[in-house]
Design a binder for this molecule. Structure first.
Ligand code: R7I
Ligand code: MG
Ligand code: MG
Length: 349
């Protein structure tokens, strides 16, 4: 489809759920041989296992809250979104939430809260979380707001409801920007795609708070820009080992160690790769490759899935894979509603 087509919206939201559901199998595993990944993915074709047998985790649970809040208010409403996060956690606390964020979610359920951003600020001795929980649910912001400035602003605020460290919320901004660009067809020119992300993040990471956090945490001056430069170096090479990707970019639970990694997975899988089946299309390659990295597989596959789905569209996702995932059908339906909202905006597509 063309830029911001319905197929791209559906692809983004459904592939994010898919990545979360199929990635759950390997979350936390140190090494995942590609053979095991392919076995797992092949087993999805087995219809006897039944529909929706792979549960989604916190990644999808929170993304669904983001989508529903934005649709209910035709925009960003901080109190409503915070309330939905808290309610969802209260109803299904066993979706695999990070150990820190559950304290925020419990505080957010209080109705006397005057500032909904305060519980997130109290995390980790007042520094706030740098986990990837803001980034894992950032894709819907790119599907709701056509203007890049709005995507930046609301992805940041939406993440700050739980992640107040700049290394957490800037990761969410980067993930939302990647989906935003992909939706416009920017992955047709991968070099320009990564350059534009670097240009945007140069600006995003230039404020005092970002600089201060980077210094305190002993990271590069602009940590996400630094990682995106590494992504560019790696994507220019014909052969890259999984070990190198992990040591250069990471596969962990911090936003800094997972968002650039997810972006690399998408870029690396734009072309056929020796380690992946020839009959796989780009979307399938991206999901398989993300799982083979091990570590935070559900979240990296979820984020890579959203970016790749916005590029390839819904047709690229095998129906048998969709059938296995709890919440995939629901994501497909809400993607259509986001598509309407996006194109209703004055600056829409
Ligand atoms: O970021 P968050 O919502 O977790 C998301 C992850 C995804 O992989 C999901 O699939 C799920 O498995 O969890 O939850 P947080 O609790 O805010 O952060 C996750 C973890 O990152 C924390 O439990 C800490 O181990 C670590 N972390 C920090 N550690 C030290 N200092 C995050 N921020 C800090 C910090 O400032
Ligand atoms: Mg999860
Ligand atoms: Mg995870």
């Amino acid at each position: 489809g063309g830029p911001a087509s319905l197929s791209r919206f559906r692809g983004a939201l459904v592939a994010a759920v898919l990545g979360d559901c199929v990635g759950g199998e390997f979350e936390g595993a140190e090494e995942v041989p590609m053979e095991r990944v392919l076995q797992h993915l092949n087993s999805l074709d087995d219809e006897t296992k039944g529909t929706g047998n792979l549960d989604y985790s916190d990644d999808t649970a929170m993304a669904r809250c983001v989508v529903r809040s934005i649709l209910a208010h035709a925009g960003y409403d901080e109190r409503d979104m915070a309330h939905r996060f808290a309610k969802e956690y209260g109803e299904s606390p066993d979706r695999g939430y990070g150990t820190g964020v559950v304290h925020v979610l419990k505080k957010l359920s209080s109705s006397h809260l005057s500032d909904v951003y305060q519980p997130a600020r109290d995390q980790f001795n007042g520094r706030g979380s740098f986990g990837n929980g803001g980034a894992m649910r950032a894709a819907p912001f790119a599907l709701a707001f056509p203007k890049l400035a709005d995507v930046r602003r609301f992805a940041r605020l939406g993440a700050m409801l739980t992640h107040s460290c700049s290394l957490g919320y800037n990761g969410a901004v980067l993930q939302a920007l990647a989906v935003h660009l992909s939706l416009q067809g920017a992955l047709d020119l991968p070099q320009q795609f990564i350059s534009r992300l670097i240009t945007e993040m140069e600006d995003v990471e230039s404020d005092d708070m970002s600089r201060k956090d980077a210094r305190i945490l002993k990271e590069a001056e602009k940590p996400f820009c630094d990682r995106l430069h590494r992504v560019r170096d790696l994507m220019d090479r014909s052969k890259v080992s999984i070990e190198e990707v992990i040591s250069e970019l990471g596969n962990g639970i911090a936003a800094l160690h997972s968002v650039p990694t997810a972006i690399f997975c998408v870029l690396h899988c734009l072309e056929p790769r020796e380690c992946l089946p020839e009959n796989y299309g780009g979307l399938e390659r991206t999901i398989a490759y993300s799982l083979a990295l091990g570590g935070d597989t559900d979240t990296i596959a979820c984020m890579a899935g959203a970016i790749a789905g916005a590029h390839y569209g819904i047709e690229a996702i095998p129906q048998s894979w969709i059938n296995c995932c709890e919440g995939a059908e629901d994501a497909d339906v809400t993607a259509e509603r986001l598509h309407v909202l996006y194109h209703q905006s004055p600056q829409g597509g």
